[in-house]
Structures are given as C-alpha cells and as structure tokens.
Design a protein around this ligand. Structure first.
Ligand code: GRF
Length: 208
C-alpha cells in the first residue's frame, strides 16, 4: 500500500468521531490531512465542525439522485478529484454500492458500535441490553459488499453489565470510539496496519 496522506471522512450526523480524528491530526498524532468531509445530510453537525476547522466539505444530497449507483458515482468523482487515499466512514448512514466498493477496494474503513459479527446494522445498544450481554464494544473494519461484514481491523470491548441503560452504554461506546478510531487511523497511515494484508482473523483486541 502506498503512502496514505489524504483522508476523506464521510458523515451523516453529529460528527464526534470526525472531531476526534481532526483533533488527532491537529496535535500531530496522525500524519495525514483530511482533504474532504462529505455529508449526505445538509444539517449534519459534522459539516459545521468541518467548516469550523476550515476543511473542504461537501453536501451531497442522495435525494437528488435517481439511484444508489448515480449517487455513488458523484461521491466517487469527488473522492477521485481530491485524490483521496483512505475513505473513513464516521456515522455515514448510507449503504455503498458494490461498484463503489470495488472501485475503492480496501480503501474504505468503518467504525461500528458493536462487537461484530454480533449486531450488524442499527440499534446495537438496545440489543445488548435486551439480550443481557456480558460484553459490548466497538469494531473498526474494512468495508466490503455486505452490511458491516468486512474484515475486522480492531475491536475494543468492555463489560456491558456495568451499565444499566442505553445512555450509559452509548456514552461508554463513544468514549472508546474517540480513542480507537484515531489510534487505528494513525497505525494505517504509518503502515503498521496494512489494509491489503488484512484477513480479518488476527485483528487487534483491546479491553477497556
Ligand atoms: C458512532 O457511534 C459510530 O459507531 C456509528 O455512528 C456513530 C456516529 O457518531 N457508525 P458521530 O456522528 O461520529 O458522533
């Protein structure tokens, strides 16, 4: 894998993970730049964060496109124009088409609030509470054609039984995410993690 210098962060919401990556770049931990922040939601606070940091940002409204492929084509043109090396999904609430994923093969990563392969998709915290799970956590993975199914890069877990409600779990998950995502991106940028060599088996595990 060549040098990773230019990141794009794709968002749809609050952007607290985006902020943690920005902060990590600003203190010199991650030696790369965010070339572009893209949101499919105009009111996403993540876009405000990008503007506050004077980052290039774009709002790409999926409702203006007749198909997933045409939206992804526009997305892909933006990413190519900015010569992006790594696409970081941070609360981006869109499923990407197979052709998009093939085009950026092993260049897209995602953070997901569960211990994958447990609980892909939405409402992970509710499921942990309802199933009285002992552990909960965060997964960072390569994005492939499936839903939250790509090879795992890293996982951090904690004792879920210490938390009685969903809000407690969410706060804990976020606090882990904000450390884990910048840390793993730093490792990818520095070549300590090679996305081309990942097989999803010997991923990094952390206990929090
Ligand atoms: C995070 O919990 C992440 O795991 C999930 O979406 C949430 C995004 O939060 N994919 P934020 O927008 O980064 O605050």
């Amino acid at each position: 894998m060549g040098d990773i210098k230019k990141l794009a962060v794709l968002v749809s919401g609050n952007g607290s993970n985006l902020q943690s990556i920005i902060d990590s770049i600003n203190i010199g931990e991650i030696n790369a730049n965010i070339s572009l922040v893209i949101s499919n939601i105009e009111t996403a606070f993540a876009l405000t964060r990008a503007k506050q940091e004077n980052l290039n940002s774009a709002f790409l409204n999926h409702k203006n496109f007749s198909s997933r492929e045409s939206f992804d084509q526009a997305l892909s043109e933006l990413l190519i124009k900015h010569e992006v090396d790594l696409i970081v999904l941070a609360g981006f609430m869109r499923i990407l088409s197979n052709s998009f994923i093939e085009k950026f093969n092993r260049k897209i990563i995602n953070i997901h609030p569960s211990l994958l392969p447990k609980y892909p998709g939405l409402n992970t915290h509710e499921k942990v509470i309802n199933n009285k799970d002992k552990f909960h956590g965060v997964t960072i993975h390569l994005v492939d054609e499936g839903l939250d199914s790509g090879p795992i890069i890293a996982q951090a877990r904690f004792k879920a039984t210490k938390y009685k409600d969903i809000d407690g779990l969410i706060t804990k998950v976020h606090s882990i995410e904000h450390k884990l995502y910048p840390m793993i991106i730093k490792m990818i940028v520095e070549g300590e993690i090679n996305l081309n060599e990942l097989n999803g088996k010997n991923f990094k595990c952390y206990d929090s």
